[in-house]
Design a protein around this ligand. Structure first.
Ligand SMILES: *[C@@H]1O[C@H](CO)[C@@H](O)[C@H](O)[C@H]1NC(C)=O
Ligand SMILES: *[C@@H]1O[C@H](CO)[C@@H](O)[C@H](O)[C@H]1NC(C)=O
Ligand SMILES: *[C@@H]1O[C@H](CO)[C@@H](O)[C@H](O)[C@H]1NC(C)=O
Ligand SMILES: *[C@@H]1O[C@H](CO)[C@@H](O)[C@H](O)[C@H]1NC(C)=O
Ligand SMILES: *[C@@H]1O[C@H](CO)[C@@H](O)[C@H](O)[C@H]1NC(C)=O
Length: 333
């Protein structure tokens, strides 16, 4: 029986080579169990004011603009991938950043005591040579509050994509990368403290940068001038509610893998095209005075919205998003 299956596989393999020259992996399996069993468990900050958001809700509150001019009035999961990379998905009404409507703050999505948030996370798996599966756990927030220096707010923006990535080798979690601002930190997986066997991570208030330890963290200026704050606030278990996908690095295409909770229901009708959108998930940086914009030493009250998962180096070879000088830490201190 085993030999027969091996022969059949051999034939299929030969066939796939005969047709095309290059074999393209097409994954449609569910997200592997180990990716869920070893997914980080994350503490949001206890004083967080800008909670996880659902991309589906976000899309109903934005208008695609280029250079502050609408290119169409609305955007959907079906047609977002037709928009050019110059598009900023811009909050409406135009002063939403000042009025802070409930979809921006997303307080309804504060995780419950069991870790479930109403906002689905996005989990993307990428198979790589050497028995590797990189599992990207993407966290989306409709608003990023950058920080306050001497009472002055900086670097706020609509839309915020952050991620952690666990690199599995033959199903074993070997490394973890935690995104923070323009960089991030990589560790061996076993370096992190665990909760129920899963790496424990800490998400900073407002900026949503990810860390391996609770407490204040350096953020551009030395504390106490400016710091990312993390603590043992609400625990967010992304495996309870997520949209799941495979990304094929060879063809640069996404395939649905099914999810859990609200995310599973929603993704079934959405297609995968939205993940191909290369534009920005929030407003363009406003000119001075618009929406209370100011800039001091090149640091502005409001900055550009971020790009989405496709721009986060899903095909990376190193564990870090920026692969040059990627240092993997083996200690928390
Ligand atoms: C954006 O709009 C401004 C003001 O109308 C104009 O001066 C500028 O050339 C435009 N930029 C682009 C890239 O279209
Ligand atoms: C996307 O679809 C919506 C709803 O049908 C429509 O209003 C909008 O103009 C479309 N946008 C693009 C870019 O095709
Ligand atoms: C990790 O867990 C150990 C044992 O519970 C604890 O002493 C230590 O403070 C924790 N470290 C961090 C950074 O949370
Ligand atoms: C993913 O694709 C990019 C672009 O072709 C390539 O540079 C990179 O090495 C690939 N990554 C892996 C892990 O094969
Ligand atoms: C990488 O690290 C080396 C040694 O510390 C340094 O000389 C080099 O400038 C770094 N490269 C980048 C791109 O940061």
């Amino acid at each position: 029986m085993g030999a027969m299956i091996a022969v059949l596989f051999g034939l299929l393999y030969a066939f796939s080579f005969a047709g095309a020259g290059t074999v393209h992996l097409v994954k449609r399996d569910p997200i592997p169990d180990f990716v869920l069993e070893k997914a980080p468990l994350s503490h949001l900050w206890s004083q967080e004011s800008w909670w996880p958001s659902d991309v589906a809700v976000h899309l109903t509150h934005v208008e695609p603009q280029v250079n502050f001019t609408a290119v169409t009035t609305a955007v959907t999961f079906e047609n977002i991938s037709t928009l050019p990379s110059s598009v900023f998905l811009t909050a409406v009404p135009s002063d939403a950043v000042l009025t802070q409507p409930s979809w921006l703050t997303s307080a309804d999505n504060t995780p419950e005591a069991n870790g479930v948030s109403g906002a689905p996370a996005t989990i993307i798996c990428v198979e790589k040579p050497g028995g590797i599966i990189d599992a990207f756990y993407f966290y989306f927030y409709s608003f990023n509050a950058g920080g306050t220096v001497l009472g002055i707010e900086f670097d706020n923006h609509v839309g915020d994509w952050e991620h952690s990535m666990v690199r599995f080798v033959n199903g074993i979690p070997e490394f973890i990368y935690l995104s923070a601002h323009t960089g991030g930190t990589a560790y061996t997986y076993d370096t992190l403290n665990t909760t129920n066997g899963r790496a424990t991570t800490y998400i900073a208030g407002g900026t949503h940068a990810n860390y391996a330890t609770p407490g204040p963290h350096f953020h551009d200026l030395p504390p106490p001038l400016l710091a990312d704050q993390t603590d043992n606030g609400a625990l967010w278990d992304v495996t309870a509610n997520f949209r799941g996908y495979w990304f094929d690095n060879t063809t640069q295409t996404f395939h649905g893998a099914g999810g859990a909770g609200v995310g599973a229901t929603e993704q079934a009708n959405e297609g995968v095209g939205w993940l191909m959108f290369e534009g920005m998930w929030g407003d363009q940086q406003y000119p001075l005075l618009v929406n209370d914009q100011y800039c001091i030493f090149d640091q502005c009250h409001f900055t550009d919205g971020p790009t989405g998962p496709i721009a986060k180096n899903l095909g990376r070879n190193a564990v870090c998003q920026r692969e040059t000088n990627c240092t993997v830490l083996t200690s928390l201190s």
